[in-house]
Design a protein around this ligand. Structure first.
Ligand code: ADP
Ligand code: ZN
Ligand code: ZN
Length: 718
């Protein structure tokens, strides 16, 4: 009996593609199909018995799965997300699969927990017809007595035999082993922590909690207690962290604090490792999953709780292709799974605070630092009239020196990598610019190159001015590389560690560097926002923030929120143990309202003010936005397309369109960029409008030079 399959393909095209199959194939299984002159892996999304053009249908070439790789709640959430984010379903579904599965490889049924025989497997073992003496046979025989740990089963049977056994339904992941004993003593929680844990554990089914706890208040201990309870009930816990660099520390704390293996999911892992962790999540053998943004797309066989640490962090938003927000998807998934969601931060996003105010999330507060540590004191350091030594003022240097002399750690924070953001000719005024982006090139002196931080273009560092031939080239301003050099020269006897995207390329380098942060003794740390997040640096007592002012004058309406979060987060690295911490903010604008409010009244007060401003200006979270972005090497075509898109907007929806507008960065990598902003008071209104508008936009003439995309709930102007 033949069937018609509606298949999602990993193409940036809306809609599904119909194929013929001899037998029915379950929804969520992968198939190999011909497409134009290629063969693609696709995912069956629907079965039907009719097609608009039945005689032109091509047959599928192969069915790749006996069981769906995407099913149930996850498949439903992904379908919802494709519609909400207005992105091609095939690309959304493929974003949720590990690369090996995307390419058609069989699922890596290598479970972290272990394997046991199924009733079918027992029958097979007893079947006299079955071939003896094979590795498969050896595997079944060994499993007859008791479940085997994953590694032992693999050694015995080999991966292929194991796969076959799982595929035939003879072997399944062993039921969750009870959590082992934590290897660190479980801490007695302080009363605020206890109240937070109790509130989450008391929630029957789904609820979203905002764990709003100052830096060092013991949020991680709260996550541990919640995870421990869920795992003890035989459930899985998914933990998201914002940054790969934070995973080793988080893995250590969760592994030691709960006593279970942690299945890790992030882009820095090898394909086989990722496929294995994904499988362990899907078959339920992994008890604790920990990962960055994309881990929110992992299947959960028996979910018990989802935790999103540093929920305010913008790295949870995917910036290209399927532009989802992992925190927002976490809300959708936790609701569908009927489990509690904990969003934790010392500096909650305005979105989450507004959700608390509206009664959608429940706030749990940790107002004190744990273990008797004092909150850091923040002070503005007025740079006016000061002589600067590579960007550092004399009082800052004096404090650094005193701290190091006491054997403590100092962090110099500068959110800009490279040596200097500008290279200027003192004779003729030439400065190094990226032609493709119209922006200054950053000098990387150690690598002897000029690099564009927007498009990645790179050129050799000139030894003379390309315009006048003069030799008076000056590096203006400072990045982390320069600060490192200046501090190393001044404090030659003190070890110095620089943490930024340049210094941490490669997993081993990164882990070794982060490891070295925690050694005893005086130490200087120089770093970008990579160091501002989450790290627990027990010996750090002084933080000097360089370059605060640049962020005060950004055009993005979220810039002030981000700056406040960044300052509080980086300040929070200081004084987490016995010694009090001190934070110096170097600024030329010590009267600035935001800076004053932050040091005098703290983040919560600033956030309430920013929320009031957003409400008055009708900006998110009080209004819903979508951006239609386009770029083209031809400015006329760009403008023509955006005008046509605005003209194609259907009437009758309560939305407002602004544009075509130049993008805040109007030129990048050689392309002109423009956008149309769509705004509405309500999500559903915006969605209904996009559903009607985007097909019309797709139907417009699309010049070959033009690329466009839609970003729902954008967090950056572009
Ligand atoms: P956060 O995640 O909120 O920044 P952590 O969970 O990392 O805070 O805790 C900060 C520090 O306080 C850590 O060194 C942690 O071990 C310690 N700590 C947390 N809770 C307690 C507690 N109840 N008693 C003693 N120390 C604690
Ligand atoms: Zn010159
Ligand atoms: Zn560039």
């Amino acid at each position: 009996m033949s069937a018609i399959l509606r298949v999602a393909l990993p193409l940036p095209l809306p809609g599904l593609f119909d194929y013929l199959a001899e037998d029915a194939v379950a929804v969520g299984c992968r198939v190999r199909v011909p497409f134009a002159r290629r063969r693609l892996v696709g995912i069956v999304v629907e079965q039907c018995d009719h097609s608009e053009a039945p005689d032109r249908l091509r047959p599928i070439e192969a069915v790749l799965d006996a069981e769906p790789v995407l099913a149930g709640e996850l498949l439903a959430t992904l379908r919802w997300a494709a519609r909400y984010y207005q992105h091609a379903l095939g690309e959304v579904l493929f974003a949720a699969l590990p690369a090996l599965l995307r390419r058609g490889a069989p699922p890596a049924r290598a479970s972290a927990g272990g394997w046991q025989l199924t009733p079918l497997g027992r029958a097979a073992l007893a079947d006299p017809q079955r071939r003896r003496g094979t590795r498969l046979d050896a595997l079944l025989a060994a499993l007859a007595g008791q479940p085997l740990a994953a590694a032992a089963a693999r050694d015995l049977g080999g991966a292929a035999a194991l796969r076959t056994a799982v595929h035939r339904g003879w072997v399944e992941a062993a039921a969750a082993v009870a959590p082992g004993a934590p290897t660190t003593a479980v801490r007695a929680l302080h009363p605020e922590q206890q109240a937070a844990v109790a509130a989450v554990l008391a929630s029957a089914g789904h609820a979203t909690f905002l764990l709003d706890g100052v830096t060092g208040s013991g949020k991680t201990e709260v996550y541990l207690a919640i995870a421990r309870a869920a795992i003890a009930r035989g459930r899985q816990v998914l933990v998201l962290v914002p940054e790969i660099a934070l995973t080793p520390q988080a893995i250590r704390r969760f592994r030691a604090g709960i006593g279970v293996d942690v299945a890790v999911l992030h882009s820095g892992l090898g394909e086989v490792e990722r496929a294995r962790a994904w499988q362990a999540a899907a078959d339920g053998s992994a008890q604790l999953l920990l990962g960055t943004r994309s881990a929110i797309l992992v299947p959960l066989a028996r979910a018990g709780a989802i935790i999103v640490d540093e929920e305010h962090d913008s790295s949870y938003k995917q910036h290209e292709g399927f532009r989802y927000h992992a925190r927002d998807l976490a809300v959708v998934r936790a609701r569908a799974l009927g489990v509690p969601l904990v969003l934790g931060s010392a500096t909650p996003s305005l979105e989450s605070l507004a959700n608390v105010a509206a009664g959608r999330y429940r706030a749990l507060r940790l107002t004190q630092r744990a273990g008797g540590a004092e909150p850091p004191t923040m002070q503005l350091l007025d740079l006016r009239h000061q002589r600067l030594h590579h960007g550092l003022a004399a009082p800052a240097l004096a404090e650094i020196e005193a701290c190091l002399a006491r054997g403590e750690q100092v962090l110099v924070f500068r959110n800009r990598r490279g040596y200097a953001p500008v290279l200027l000719c003192h004779d003729c005024g030439w400065n190094a610019r990226c032609d493709a982006c119209d922006r200054a090139l950053t000098l990387h002196r150690h690598a002897r190159v000029l690099r564009c931080h927007h498009c990645g273009a790179q050129q050799r560092m000139p030894s003379a001015c390309p315009a006048c031939g003069g030799l008076a080239l000056h590096a203006l301003g400072e990045g982390t590389e320069r600060l490192e050099e200046a501090l190393a020269a001044r404090f030659a006897q003190v070890p110095i560690v620089r943490i930024d995207r340049d210094s941490t390329r490669g997993r081993r380098t990164r882990e070794a560097l982060l490891e070295s942060l925690d050694r005893p003794g005086a130490r200087l740390l120089v770093g970008t926002q990579m160091l501002a997040k989450g790290h627990d640096l027990a010996r750090l007592t002084l933080v000097v923030v360089v370059g605060v002012d640049e962020a005060l004058y950004s055009v993005d309406f979220r810039a002030t929120e981000r700056l406040a979060q960044l300052i509080v987060q980086v300040a929070g690295r200081a004084g987490r143990a016995q010694h009090a911490g001190r934070v110096l903010l170097q600024t030329h604008d010590p009267g600035h309202g935001l800076l004053r409010a932050l040091i005098e009244r703290g983040y919560a007060a600033v956030a309430q003010e920013l929320l009031a401003e957003r409400q008055a200006a009708m900006l998110p979270p009080y209004t819903q936005l979508a951006l239609l972005r386009a770029e083209s090497s031809d400015e006329r075509q760009l403008h023509g397309f955006l005008c046509a898109a605005v003209a194609a907007a259907p009437g009758g929806h309560e939305v407002s369109l602004q544009g075509p507008l130049a993008a805040p960065m109007p030129r990048r990598a050689g392309a002109q960029r423009g956008q149309v902003v769509v705004e509405s008071a309500r999500r559903q209104t915006l969605q209904a409008f996009l559903d009607a508008w985007l097909p019309a936009v797709r139907a417009l003439p699309q010049p070959r030079t033009l690329r466009w995309s839609i970003d729902v709930d954008p967090i950056d102007l572009y």
